[in-house]
Design a protein. Structure first.
Length: 114
């Protein structure tokens, strides 16, 4: 009986891959599948975050701009309030451009060697 059992073991090794080879192949395939799944998950999370940021910014900007434009269309153009808003907006834009320009210059000066 033991001779029969040894013969079966010898034949099973010759017929196909060993248990170790099968396990090793399974681990290799499993790790490759895990890497692929992680890559897909990372891409999906990036798309979700990008879409979330876009939708949030769009909603906020639409929610601010639409009512302002609606109210601006209802106000008569030639009066002191509109002229004051226009002059204030122009002065604010000029001040902001000067502030941004001075920040850029101070960064350039700081980058120069002494």
């Amino acid at each position: 009986m033991s001779e029969h059992h040894e013969t079966e073991q010898a034949e099973s090794h010759e017929e196909g891959p060993t248990v170790l080879a099968v396990a090793s192949d399974g681990i290799r395939r499993g790790s490759a599948d895990a890497v692929e799944a992680a890559s897909k998950a990372w891409e999906s999370a990036g798309r979700f975050a990008s879409r979330f940021v876009y939708t949030t910014c769009y909603t906020i900007s639409y929610g601010v701009v639409f009512p302002v434009m609606l109210a601006a269309g209802a106000v008569p153009r030639e009066n002191a309030a509109v002229r004051g808003l226009i002059d204030g907006a122009n002065d604010a834009r000029t001040a902001a451009e000067e502030a941004v320009g001075s920040m850029g210059k101070s960064q350039d000066v700081a980058a120069l060697p002494a």
